[in-house]
Design a protein around this ligand. Structure first.
Ligand code: ATP
Length: 514
């Protein structure tokens, strides 16, 4: 039976814990809110996602190089970037439930509900009218559908205008006018809207008076901007070129209720691509498409992904889109692609007094490059993979199995070597096969429990191949290869195993699909 979205989200969370993927931080002390640890399987999956991203950026693109900048940065960085003044979320409390919400999220969710209603009407009409149905015409002419869509647009337009005017009372008024209620209390008894800065502050230095105020970085991008010229000069780079980085970021999120979707400590994979002004829209289109291809290479149904062009552009951007993924709780941002103009480099030039320009040999002039960035949350990517991959299957004999259909190369373990018994020389054979593979792949050696139980264990953590060693192996050197997805088994010679693992479960396979 199909699970409801809430049930399937619960299943993801409990599976993540039960199989050593994700634990609540400091659990023995009752946990720390919106902070999580990755367990023995989680860290392997996470590292594989990082490698897939890193190699797709740095190894496959001649003009993209890597960087690993520090989490602590000079405090002026965050003044220049605008984070001290403007890295705020508008928050609102419901007085009855005492729950806190982001006002922008309440409005976006409300507008999305109206759009969904319109879509339902269109689907119904499509069924009624059959082949001759023109969905676009219906959308613009059917009064009810056009009404829903116009209302959704009007809400977002009012919100954008209110935020641009920094008029928080007007934001509250939209929530009241639309009669948006708290999902917990059901009431519209709202406080005023306030701005809340999301950066964590800390101090550097041993004596409080002499210590300077620092922030934990809320994004990795600024480490790239302030090293732009270092990399440009020492790497002998030519515009256009990119700098990629993977690292931790910290945000004091107001609403942190969705497992690893919204964390206070999380990891980003960002790439800033420096281009000549005037060419940024071409590069923006290029990276939008390239990033979607990266997601598609994983082989899941394209319907789980969509682009969402921003209604409200950040002050520094001249184009921005999200790649949204269909999480169990709805379509939400997993990655942002932004054309940031020369805002960041200009601001750093202004605040540091150091020129952030390059020389154009064609025009013989200096200029400040424009930037197109791609920014994806590693933890959200992790969550998307878990939610797509978990499947409960009823087998022909009526028994159940849980299988994690992760893309082979990203699975925590690529293969498991299983001696059928713990005697007669089978473990020795199995261990020597393990040694053949372990320098290139993450392989498990597992001799505990009945073979069926071991298969189930590896199905549940997504191991694509189980390799079983039995008495025949000692006679003719063959082993049984069991496929996670089909459960089909075939005998192959041990000398073939390395190539089979390589062609089914190495990153190379995924990278070639991009
Ligand atoms: P949201 O609107 O969901 O808060 P954002 O627009 O603030 O996200 P960006 O600043 O564009 O996010 O950050 C880039 C990426 O970092 C996001 O697409 C997301 O995948 C990830 N990310 C941002 N905030 C968090 C968080 N609190 N926890 C986990 N991942 C996050």
């Amino acid at each position: 039976m199909a699970l409801s979205p809430e049930e399937s989200f619960k299943r993801v969370i409990s599976h993540a814990k039960e199989y050593g993927f994700v634990f609540q931080s400091s659990e023995i002390y009752d946990g720390l809110s919106a902070v999580y640890d990755y367990g023995q399987n989680g860290v392997l999956l996470k590292n594989n996602i990082k490698s897939f991203w890193w190699k797709s950026m740095v190894q496959l693109n001649e003009n993209v190089v890597g960087l690993d900048s520090a989490i602590f940065m000079h405090p002026t960085v965050w003044k220049a970037s605008g984070h001290v003044d403007a890295f705020n979320d508008p928050l609102i409390d419901n007085k009855d439930s005492k729950k806190r919400y982001r006002a922008d999220v309440l409005l976006e969710d409300h507008a999305e509900k109206l759009r969904q209603k319109a879509n339902k009407e269109v689907e119904k009409a499509a069924q009624r009218f059959g082949d001759s149905f023109d969905a676009d015409l219906f959308r613009s002419t059917n009064p009810r559908v056009a009404g829903y869509l116009a209302k959704a647009d009007e809400i977002m337009a009012r919100f954008v205008a209110a935020m641009e005017e920094e008029d928080l009372e007007a934001v509250r008024q939209i929530i009241l006018d639309e009669n948006i209620t708290c999902p917990v209390s059901g009431s519209a008894n709202w406080t005023e809207v306030r701005q809340f800065n999301l950066m964590f502050a800390t101090k550097m230095g041993s004596v409080a008076e002499g210590a300077s105020d620092l922030y934990l970085r809320p994004e990795t991008a600024q480490g790239i901007f302030v090293n732009f010229l270092n990399v440009f000069k020492t790497g002998r780079m030519k515009v256009p070129f990119g700098i990629a980085q993977i690292g931790k970021a910290f945000r004091n999120e107001i609403v942190a209720r969705q497992f690893i979707f919204r964390m206070r400590e999380f990891e980003q994979m960002e790439m800033q691509f420096f281009v000549k002004p005037g060419t940024e829209m071409e590069w923006y289109a290029h990276w939008k498409e390239a990033r979607m291809r990266w997601h598609m290479a994983l082989g899941f149904d394209a319907r789980h992904y969509r682009f969402h062009d921003h209604d409200k552009l950040a002050h520094y951007a001249n184009a921005a889109a999200d790649i949204e993924f269909q999480f169990p709780f709805g379509f939400k941002e997993i990655e942002g692609i932004h054309s940031r103009t020369d805002f960041d480099l200009r601001r750093h030039e202004e605040f540091s007094g150091k020129k952030q320009q390059v020389f154009d040999p064609e025009t013989q002039e200096n200029y400040t490059p424009y930037v197109v960035e791609t920014s994806i949350g590693l933890d959200r990517m992790f969550l998307s993979l878990l939610s797509l991959s978990i499947e409960e299957e009823t087998l022909e004999d009526g028994s159940q199995r849980t299988v994690l259909r992760l893309p082979h190369a990203l699975a925590p373990t690529q293969a498991a070597i299983l001696p059928l018994m713990k005697k007669d020389g089978l473990p020795e054979f199995a261990r020597s096969l393990h040694t053949d593979l372990k320098f290139d792949f993450q392989v498990a050696y597992d001799e505990k429990d009945a073979i069926g139980k071991r298969y189930r264990r590896h199905d549940a953590i997504g191991t694509p191949l189980c390799i079983t060693v039995d008495h025949q192996s000692l006679e003719d050197g063959t082993v049984t290869l069991r496929d996670r997805d089909t459960m089909e088994q075939k005998r192959v010679h041990r000398d073939e195993v390395f190539d089979i693992v390589r062609t089914t479960a190495s990153l190379e396979v995924l990278l070639k699909k991009i």
